[in-house]
Design a protein around this ligand. Structure first.
Ligand SMILES: [Ca+2]
Ligand SMILES: [Ca+2]
Length: 431
């Protein structure tokens, strides 16, 4: 019990979770290999992590929007596979106890579009994040080459790191060539209006929305996932916008022999919803090995970020673990690239920067000493602030600022992450 005394209230939550998890496991043992519950994931946005090769900063040089521009938070910044590989070789992830690396999508992006409103109006808005595919089977040259991607994966494996590739099967990028060669593959406004399921059949932010129910589309999407799965050595998939894709697609995707067959590859889905019963459906009915624990995220964000929070609300999330056949399969997080960073949740509630770092430490302790696989967004180790998507923020204010490694010297969170990972590894019950 010593470990619980060490971490105070977070430990008490962990103890509660453990007892609930144990009940669930007894009720219905998981057939999923346990190994992913023992991983600790670091999430890097490749373009904003480390620039190992300045020669690729301007990508395919199609137009000005392809050029790296550090004065524009919506432009490419220069980070690449070479930068990630160098950091692995330097022991950066290992030192903090990470065992898996999730990177943003690697595929070729559509050209930049002009920003129509907000503080960055008139600037180029590029696919630096990777979620705007032009070609689902090509590497974006800003990040490097296919050979460099393979070298990154091989280096990761040599250094005890699994690699998780981010994929999108919900949509293509704005004006992607596929929308011209195969326009019938995408939902129209009329399809959206007529649909009984707006969540799956309407576009997100105007992005071309695939009709996964068409057999040709199902096959196309499955095939590109199998291509990456079977030819690069990746260990896992992070699946974007999962709730915006019809259930029938996921059922065949996760079935035996499917592109996401859990016997062949682990995956974690982004289901942006705070209701455990809704999240559970994607694992227990549709077959996803894991989903992100948005329920815990919302509680941690609202109740660990200020002295006025109510810890009961965090405990309430664990109390609903019975919604899942196996809650240990959830992937937990305190923030990510789509939400305000936890540090800014604290400061926006009136906390100081020092209090924000302390509260972040507490939030991470809660995660690491609870069920689920922790995932940590780049910048956490330096208590990076960030108000939200850079689209609506000026340079320096958003949640996807390039990593500033010089700030590690002034941070204790990198050591703390290492200590927490060591505790999880030593006391298996914590996972
Ligand atoms: Ca570069
Ligand atoms: Ca959709």
């Amino acid at each position: 019990m010593k470990r619980f005394h060490m971490v105070g209230r977070a430990g008490a939550l962990a103890a509660l979770t453990l007892s609930l998890s144990a009940c669930s496991l007894f009720k219905a043992p998981s057939t999923q290999a346990r190994e992913w519950q023992d991983e600790v994931i670091y999430f890097a946005m490749t373009d904003r992590f480390a620039n190992g090769d300045p020669s690729n900063d301007n990508g395919p040089n199609r137009d000005a929007g392809d050029r790296a521009d550090r004065t524009n938070p919506l432009a490419w910044q220069g980070g690449d596979f070479a930068g990630l590989k160098a950091k692995i070789e330097e022991g950066y992830f290992k030192r903090m106890g990470f065992t898996a690396l999730w990177i943003t999508p690697v595929v070729l992006q559509v050209p930049a579009i002009p920003v129509g409103d907000g503080p960055n109006r008139g600037k180029a808005f590029a696919g630096y994040h990777g979620y705007w595919a032009e070609d689902f089977r090509k590497i974006d040259p800003h990040l490097g080459t296919l050979d460099e991607y393979r070298a990154l994966i091989a280096t990761a494996h040599r250094n005890g790191l699994k690699v998780i590739q981010d994929i999108v099967v919900n949509h293509a990028g704005y004006g992607a060539t596929l929308t011209k060669t195969n326009p019938e593959w995408f939902n129209t406004k009329a399809d959206c209006d007529a649909s009984g399921n707006k969540t799956t059949d309407c576009d997100l932010a105007g992005l071309p929305d695939f009709k996964q129910d068409l057999p040709a589309v199902t096959a196309y999407l499955n095939d590109f996932v199998k291509y990456w799965r079977d030819t690069t050595g990746i260990d896992g998939l992070r699946i974007d916008t999962m709730k915006h894709v019809p259930d029938a697609y996921w059922k065949q995707f996760f079935a035996a022999g499917g592109a996401g067959d859990p016997a062949k590859i682990w995956s974690v889905g982004e289901v942006f919803d705070g209701n455990p019963a809704y999240l559970a459906r994607f694992m227990d009915e549709l077959g996803s090995p894991s989903v992100f624990d948005f329920a815990l995220y919302f509680a941690v964000k609202d109740h660990l970020s200020s002295a006025g929070g109510n810890l009961d609300r965090v405990a309430d999330v664990f109390a609903q673990d019975g919604a899942y056949r196996d809650p240990t399969r959830l992937t937990t997080f305190v923030d990510n690239h789509d939400v305000r960073r936890f540090v800014s949740e604290v400061t926006e509630r009136g906390g100081t920067a020092a209090q924000a770092a302390e509260r972040l430490d507490m939030a991470l302790s809660t995660l690491y000493l609870s069920r689920g696989t922790p995932s940590v967004w780049q910048g956490t180790e330096i208590a990076q602030a960030g108000l939200g998507d850079p689209y609506g923020n000026t340079l320096g204010q958003g949640n996807r600022e390039p990593m500033d490694f010089t700030r590690l010297a002034g941070s204790t969170l990198d050591e703390r992450l290492g200590a927490l990972a060591a505790a999880r590894s030593k006391y298996r019950a914590l996972t």
